[in-house]
Design a binder for this molecule. Structure first.
Ligand SMILES: Nc1ncnc2c1ncn2[C@@H]1O[C@H](COP(=O)(O)OP(=O)(O)OP(=O)(O)O)[C@@H](O)[C@H]1O
Ligand SMILES: [Mg+2]
Length: 365
């Protein structure tokens, strides 16, 4: 088996009463870029530290290839971690920071220089080699920390929000660079972020975490089109999916969802699937902003008031107000909209997502 395959099985970690990581299962293929996405405090850093060996597991097991690494010291794991608050040695120059892990591995002086040259060129920090961390900006520190991680050519990269402190432009550039670098080096990578755009644009697959648990793992398309629950649905996509609480009702021959703001008829096929999976009569209807169609002139069944207009150049976000709910629609910038006006909206059944009112799990269909 490939020694750079990472397998995490039933891993749990508590800090006193706080369950930081709650029986997590995750498998990262050799060379894969796995983005670990979730809100602050959901356990991302703790999971990385468990993989790196900086925290001890309470339960479960972690393997690299076939080897169980649970009791291995961090330095024997051949795992490189770039921390959220970059851990460069403060009294050492960038050059010496990068040299240390190589020296510890017994590389020759020439080889060390060659590797550092290669890594600093990739990271665009060639001019900073003689500076100590206190003389660097946040972004430069981050790139130096990344450089130090890559010179070691580890089996696994663990990157904890490595782009968080960069300005928007450098961040966008580094996203592309880092991804390119990872492809080239083919290093199995776990990349932590709370930014869904970053996770989607960089991850081969994405694991979405909440309260210590992994809620769903999949490609960006899986998560976008088939979210397993309301949390994942709301977390992936910007602006977020709109949600309307509703009730499933029989109206004559038809099955409809009544949200209080509008009713939405379901086809017999979808109604059949939904009814089988539901725990009660309450459900949540989700619709992404780009799937709300605004019909300026036509008369529609769903009426909303324009509460705000957010023009972004190539498109416009419309903030809509219903009796009970708010929603955002993404529309073409070509049409002029004015605040306070009523408009008709519509959406297709194949674009809606339905979630159980109690468990918030996807009802499929
Ligand atoms: N050493 C510690 N002692 C006590 N509690 C801790 C410790 N480290 C983490 N925690 C708690 O464990 C939970 C998970 O923390 P963790 O740092 O893993 O979150 P995170 O997802 O990385 O968040 P962020 O996005 O803010 O960095 C939090 O509730 C945190 O307060
Ligand atoms: Mg963290």
């Amino acid at each position: 088996m490939d020694a750079s395959k990472l397998t995490i099985e039933n891993v749990a970690k508590k800090f006193g009463e706080v369950i930081a990581v709650d029986r997590v299962n995750l498998s990262v293929k050799p060379g894969e870029f796995m983005a670990l996405l979730g809100p602050s405090g959901c356990g991302k850093t703790t999971l990385l530290r468990l993989i790196a060996g900086l925290e001890k597991l309470d339960e479960g097991s972690i393997r690299l290839g076939n080897q169980v690494i649970d009791d291995m010291s961090p330095k024997d794991r051949n795992v490189a971690m770039v921390f959220q608050e970059f851990a460069l040695y403060p009294h050492m120059t960038v050059f010496n920071n990068m040299k240390l892990p190589l020296k510890n591995r017994g590389y020759s002086k020439d080889k060390i220089n060659e590797k550092i040259h290669w890594a600093t060129k990739l990271m665009d920090i060639e001019d900073l080699l003689d500076r100590i961390p206190a003389q660097l900006s946040g972004g430069q520190k981050q790139r130096a920390a990344l450089g130090r991680a890559i010179v070691r050519e580890p089996k696994i990269f663990l990157l904890d929000e490595p782009l968080a402190n960069l300005d928007a432009k450098l961040r966008a550039k580094m996203r592309v660079e880092l991804k390119k670098l990872q492809r080239k080096l083919q290093v199995t990578t776990v990349f932590v972020t709370h930014d869904q755009v970053e996770a989607i644009s960089m991850g081969d697959r994405i694991a979405v975490m909440k309260s210590g648990k992994i809620k769903q793992t999949g490609s960006s398309k899986d998560l976008y089109y088939h979210p397993s629950d309301k949390f994942v649905a709301g977390f992936i996509g910007s602006p977020s999916m709109n949600f309307f609480e509703g009730e499933l009702l029989e109206k004559g021959e038809k099955i409809i969802i009544d949200t209080g703001d509008f009713t939405f008829p379901l086809s017999a096929e979808i109604a059949g699937i939904v009814i089988k999976k539901m725990h009660g009569s309450k459900l949540i209807l989700g619709i992404r902003p780009e799937n709300i169609h605004v019909n300026v002139s036509k008369k529609g069944l769903i009426v909303a008031e324009i509460e705000g207009v957010e023009p972004l150049g190539f498109e416009t976000f419309l903030h809509l107000k219903f009796d009970n709910n708010l929603a955002v629609a993404r529309t073409s910038a070509k049409t002029e909209f004015s605040v306070g006006k009523k408009i008709n909206i519509s959406f297709y059944e194949d674009a809606i997502h339905l979630f159980d009112g109690k468990t918030e799990e996807a009802l499929g269909g």
